[in-house]
Design a protein around this ligand. Structure first.
Ligand SMILES: Cc1cc2nc3c(=O)[nH]c(=O)nc-3n(C[C@H](O)[C@H](O)[C@H](O)COP(=O)(O)O)c2cc1C
Length: 303
């Protein structure tokens, strides 16, 4: 049994071509699963490693002789791509400028986002580091302002239900039994946010997805982690930024989606997966003229 994944249970299979292998040991030194080891000057495939091959593909990627084949768990040598040259890669200044210029955008032009751009963003986002390969994360792209609005309407209905149940006196009752920060978050953030979503919706304003022409919803399997989907979302955000699109991470959709199985099914989210975070995208109608310094709440170094 390998590391359990929603689609795979078995470890991947590693093969070494003994005829071409020069026994340089690079594959053995990089293997994170301790599957490949050097013994008596040869590469050995251990059958007793803790998880077996997790299909990270690192051994195939470092082998100077193309002597390693990894297959299974959704990977094969056909997945290998040419390594981008150093000229093709963003410099620290270019990446820093992209990050500094990025702002959350909540006003969009009345222009749809080309499907090819959305596909490219999904492709780029999948290159992020999401836990143990193969990524057990999914992405639903909702394309077109009308479809996004329909989804927003359904989510707002969930907030209407929430407001009916979580009346202010319910928080008062809950207060002694929950952490102070949880109580405060509910009372001073989550309930007012729900009221804002619902109130604006009645005025015909969408302050959940801001009438965006596209939204991506990232979800993760029970064998993955919230962080995996969040990383996918952040990669998609940076990819969309590099393509000249505006975007905002939206946390307000997932709590309702998580409680609406029928809606998840309609979105094609596999049963058992948890919707984690959304990203709205579109051509920005706002132009920011300045960047801003941001900082962490706490920074310390231990040496
Ligand atoms: C996890 C997460 C959830 C967020 N959820 C929302 C949201 O539901 N609605 C929204 O308008 N912005 C949301 N944002 C965006 C933040 O409000 C945004 O980062 C903040 O406005 C700062 O703007 P900046 O991105 O331009 O620095 C979210 C951001 C994160 C990281």
């Amino acid at each position: 049994m390998g590391v359990i994944h929603s689609l795979y249970r078995e470890p991947a299979k590693v093969e070494i071509d003994e005829r071409t292998c020069k026994r340089c040991g690079q594959c053995t030194s990089i293997c994170p699963g301790e599957v490949l080891t050097m013994k008596d000057g040869s590469v050995r495939i251990r059958g007793d490693s803790p998880f077996g091959c997790i299909a990270c593909g690192h051994c195939m990627m470092v082998c100077p002789e193309d002597s390693v084949r990894v297959t299974g768990r959704g990977i094969s040598p056909e997945d290998l791509l040419l390594m981008p040259s150093s000229e093709e890669r963003a410099t620290v200044d270019e990446l820093g400028a992209l990050m500094r210029a990025r702002r959350s955008v909540r006003r969009f032009k009345e222009k749809e986002v080309e499907p090819e751009l959305l596909d490219r963003i999904v492709d780029m986002a999948a290159s992020g580091p999401m836990g143990i390969p193969p990524w057990d994360v999914g992405c639903v792209t909702v394309r077109g302002q009308d479809k996004v609005r329909e989804l927003a309407d359904e989510i707002i209905k969930g907030y209407e239900k929430f407001l009916k149940i979580f009346k202010p006196w319910v928080f008062t009752l809950m207060h002694p039994f929950v952490r102070q920060a949880t109580y405060q978050r509910f009372k001073y953030f989550i309930r007012p946010l729900a009221e804002t979503y619902v109130g604006c919706h009645h005025e015909g304003r969408d302050v959940l997805f801001y009438d965006a022409p596209a939204v991506m919803v990232f979800h993760y399997s029970p064998y993955a982690d919230l962080a995996d989907a969040t990383i996918a979302c952040v990669y998609a955000m940076l990819a969309s930024e590099s393509l000249g699109l505006g975007n905002t991470i939206i946390g307000g959709a997932a709590p309702i989606l998580q409680r609406n199985k029928a809606l998840c099914q309609r979105l094609g989210i596999p049963e058992g997966n948890t919707p984690a975070i959304a990203l709205i995208l579109g051509y920005p109608a706002t132009k920011f003229r300045r960047a801003i310094r941001r900082s962490f709440a706490a920074v310390n170094t231990i040496c």
